[in-house]
Design a protein around this ligand. Structure first.
Ligand SMILES: Cc1cc2nc3c(=O)[nH]c(=O)nc-3n(C[C@H](O)[C@H](O)[C@H](O)COP(=O)(O)OP(=O)(O)OC[C@H]3O[C@@H](n4cnc5c(N)ncnc54)[C@H](O)[C@@H]3O)c2cc1C
Length: 494
């Protein structure tokens, strides 16, 4: 990139650079106006800025103030005080062509990749002239995201609000709305027509063992107001889903929980990325490459930032293989259909069901039943053999029959599978892995490499808020934006 790094603070101690961070934005604004050229901080530490090459810097005077000046420096008037000093920065020959765009490669087009791409495009300053290259060997939604059940709520199996569950819930609902709007306004998309992205009918959870039922009943009392949990009996549950069984006469109903149709959602999110680029109209670019990435160093130097969102297949990159604390777990999902001459339709307004198995309702005669958990599998293929499908049915049908005996009238219509990337358990639960991974890829790399992975079995809940944080971290080149709980995995010795 044709930039030079310039120190704006002569800082020695770490607390000084924190103050530096406080007023760096002001300095940037002034410099941008004054030099009328692109000044950025995206790939450098807080005490530096980047200026286009060709700007001569004579006697840089951005030093740390002391005494009374220091008070002003740390306060609101810091920028005004610094202005005269900036006059020493002389633009000798500002390049006539605008600075190069800020180039980001996003590897993977699942929930993680598309969320981070949307947030990058949404939040990048116009001077950056962001270019995003999306890479996916299988196209949009080809990994675990495309086969996920799409069940979305912010609770653990015990009904406890998950770590930062409120933020995650809010941001995911927001991103779903963004995708729905994009689909609604799209003239040429058949797949993503209105109403097919999210099914808003709630989720019902019949209790199947006494211990869990008691814990959930307690936890339900402290549920989040934006996603209430109602504790109900079997009679009431049957008004929601006729013939449902709640063996302990207890079920938990989350009326605001939703069921996302993952592939149409991802298609619509991609559309939303294209739309935001057009709306911004500041020279941003977005490209989708259907291409397999063999290793990270193939991309070295071509991009300012490479964001790795490869789900469970991240471990196949030679630079990261065996170095991330992730386990893999394959899950098979069965498509079930109710034959026309058989049984009663699943009611249009009835919720999806979550228990030892789950039923993600697609329509009155179509649902997905999931899921199996095959730990340590490395098979990421969506294809399910006849043998694997019949084993999955043997496992899932008895579990689903406990709460929905009518499932025996439904016939098998095919199966698909995905590989989850499961992160380690922490005191806050199983949290995704985020952060800069240059220490693993190579300290002398010119590109910055970022990991956004380990979304486990809750990709939908996590992808939006964490995609937003990841984009902010990439754009400001500041890992500190990411909550420490999500970076703590780096301390695990392997
Ligand atoms: C059966 C099943 C059911 C699930 N149900 C739910 C659910 O109901 N609710 C929920 O929240 N979560 C659910 N999950 C979990 C959820 O699907 C994952 O957390 C989420 O999909 C992870 O998203 P991701 O973007 O990190 O990875 P992925 O969706 O796997 O995306 C990674 C992408 O990278 C691409 N890729 C990989 N390697 C390369 C390479 N070398 N070069 C180029 N491209 C590459 C893949 O093609 C893929 O598209 C389920 C998972 C499974 C398996």
């Amino acid at each position: 990139m044709p930039f030079q790094q310039v120190s704006i603070f002569r800082t020695q101690k770490s607390d000084d650079s924190v103050k530096g961070q406080d007023c760096r934005d002001d300095i940037l604004k002034l410099l941008r106006n004054w030099l009328m050229c692109f000044v950025t901080t995206v790939t450098c530490a807080p005490q530096y800025i980047l200026l286009p090459k060709g700007c001569e810097c004579r006697g840089i005077g951005f030093y740390r103030a002391s005494g009374r000046r220091q008070q002003r420096f740390a306060g609101r008037r810091s920028a005004a005080w610094l202005f005269p000093t900036m006059a020493q920065l002389i633009p000798s020959s500002i390049p006539s062509s605008p600075a190069s765009p800020f180039r980001c490669a996003v590897l993977g087009c699942g929930f993680a990749g598309l969320s981070v791409a949307w947030h990058l495009l949404k939040n990048s300053p116009k001077e950056l002239r962001l270019r995003v290259d999306l890479f996916d060997e299988a196209g949009i939604g080809g990994g675990a995201s495309g086969v996920s059940g799409g069940l979305l709520h912010p609770y653990s199996p015990k009904g406890k609000l998950l770590w930062r569950g409120a933020e995650c819930w809010k941001e995911t609902l927001r991103l779903l709305n963004v995708a729905e709007m994009a689909a609604r306004h799209s003239k040429d998309s058949n797949e993503t027509s209105d109403g097919l992205i999210v099914r808003r009918r709630g989720i019902l959870r019949p209790a199947v063992n006494m211990k869990n039922s008691e814990i959930m009943t307690d936890n339900a009392q402290n549920c989040h107001p934006n996603c209430r949990i109602e504790t109900i009996g079997e009679d009431y549950a049957q008004t929601l889903v006729p013939n449902i069984c709640a063996p302990l006469d207890v079920a938990f109903y989350m009326p605001a929980a939703v069921n996302v149709y993952p592939r149409p959602y991802l298609q619509a999110l991609f559309l939303a990325c294209q739309n935001i680029m057009k709306e911004n109209d500041v020279g941003q670019e977005l490209y989708l490459h259907k291409k397999f990435i063999h290793n990270l160093l193939d991309l070295e130097g071509e991009y300012d930032a490479v964001i790795i969102c490869l789900g469970a297949k991240v471990d196949m990159l030679p630079e990261l293989s065996g170095r991330l604390p992730l386990r893999t777990c394959r899950g098979v999902v069965a498509h079930m259909q109710l034959p026309l001459d058989m049984g009663e339709d699943y009611p249009e307004h009835a919720p999806s069901i979550l228990s030892d198995a789950w039923l993600a309702i697609q329509g009155t005669r179509s649902l997905y039943m999931g899921s199996t958990w095959e730990w340590k599998s490395t098979n990421s293929s969506a294809h399910v053999s006849a043998d694997e499908a019949s084993k999955a049915l043997e496992e899932l049908l008895p579990k689903a029959s406990v709460f929905y005996p009518g499932i025996k009238n439904w016939s098998f219509g095919g199966a698909k599978a995905g590989l989850r990337a499961m992160p380690p358990l922490t005191p806050h639960g199983s949290l995704p892995l985020l952060g800069c991974v240059n220490s693993l890829v190579g300290q002398n790399c010119r590109s910055r490499y970022w990991l956004f992975g380990g979304l486990g079995s809750r990709g939908l809940l996590y992808h939006a808020w964490l995609g937003k944080l990841m984009a902010q971290a990439v754009l400001s080149c500041d890992e500190q934006i990411i909550p420490s709980e999500l970076i703590a995995w780096k301390n695990i010795k392997r």
